[in-house]
Design a protein around this ligand. Structure first.
Ligand code: GFB
Length: 313
């Protein structure tokens, strides 16, 4: 991938696509192609075909997806399955038809079976039942992996798949119900601090364990693998370290500066008990994360404050 090659970042307005765009620009890539969802509806096959035929990108980062936390996944099940399936099918097919040199598909750690051995190895895929709360999203992401593999097998396309762990960072979604846990807690602790509330509610039991990767680290890994990895097999992208939701909540509480109590709401789902990535393949390929959770949380909280034009007291 040369600095003037034409690179399409699908989903550049999202947290992940935005981080990939920033990373490419920092490295000196000058020919980036982007479209907002208002300009190009990726669910429309005709629109996607026309876009690829006109723009003829040489490289594609497929970071466009309908995403959300456990509640959104469990509630908007049809949208998570349909939108994600159709977007990835349209893009992958058009990329092949238009001779894209290389495409990277971004999946998710929820593609692995709910009770797969931890840490999750790449070869655990399709070895057992999925976590029910996000099965539609996981099935769509598994279909994306299989599309990349099939276009490689049948047509020799250089389409690769990477599986990020749970992500957070600049430009995250802070919706109170539909977001992931980390941005949800940033918002809730911040609002509790501002209002002087005595406690903050955390969903579930607090015992599930999760791994968190800063989106700019993910973007660095994606660009690295785009440059250095050409194989069919997936690659996990994570830190290889996890913590309980209770520990996460304590850390967010400290970063935000809330001094009250935590209350756990057991009527909310826990989801999968643990989702730690085996990152030994990624490390062998020569990449390791650089932003630790505390530092990333401080950056995310600063971003939250800026976006909401709030000032800390
Ligand atoms: O981040 P989260 O929604 O994603 O939830 P998953 C992680 C854990 O945090 C669950 C707990 O055990 C939640 O019950 N949690 C505590 C909260 N408080 C909150 C809160 O205020 N909001 C949220 N959202 N959770 C998603 C999948 O699963 O992860 C997606 O549904 C995707 O498909 C994504 O894979 C990365 O890790 O459970």
């Amino acid at each position: 991938m040369q600095l003037n090659d034409k690179i399409y970042i699908a989903g550049h307005r999202g947290m992940v696509g935005g981080a990939i765009s920033r990373r490419l620009q920092t490295l000196g890539y000058t020919n980036l192609v982007t479209r907002s969802s208002a300009e190009l509806d990726l669910r429309s096959q005709a629109a996607v075909n026309e876009f690829f035929a006109t723009e003829k990108p040489e490289y594609v980062f497929l970071a466009a997806a309908k995403v959300g936390g456990i509640h959104a996944n469990n509630t908007y099940r049809a949208e998570f399955l349909y939108d994600n399936l159709i977007m990835e099918a349209n893009i992958i097919h058009a990329a092949w038809q238009n001779g894209v040199k290389k495409l990277m598909f971004l999946g998710s750690s929820c593609i692995y079976p709910k009770l797969a051995p931890q840490p999750l190895r790449e070869d655990s895929l399709l070895t057992g039942p999925l976590e029910p709360t996000n099965e539609p999203y996981a099935i769509a992401k598994i279909a994306g992996i299989k599309l990349c593999e099939a276009y490689r097998d049948q047509y020799g396309a250089n389409f690769i798949s990477v599986m990020p762990t749970n992500l957070y960072g600049i430009g995250d979604n802070y919706h109170p119900e539909n977001s992931h846990v980390l941005p949800a807690l940033i918002r809730r602790f911040h609002e509790a601090k501002e209002s002087g509330a005595s406690n903050v509610t955390v969903w579930g039991s607090g015992t599930p364990k999760r791994e968190f990767l800063f989106a700019d680290d993910l973007a660095a890994a994606c660009v690295y693998l785009m440059l250095h990895y050409d194989e069919k097999e997936l690659v996990n992208i994570g830190t290889g370290e996890d913590l309980t939701i209770r520990e996460l909540a304590e850390t967010v509480k400290e970063v935000v500066g809330f001094t009250g109590e935590l209350v756990f709401d057991s009527s909310k789902p826990d989801g999968t008990p643990r989702k730690l990535m085996d990152v030994s393949k990624l490390h062998k390929l020569g990449w390791k994360h650089s932003v630790e959770l505390k530092e990333g949380l401080e950056q995310a909280y600063a971003d939250f404050l800026q976006k909401n034009q709030m000032v800390t007291l």
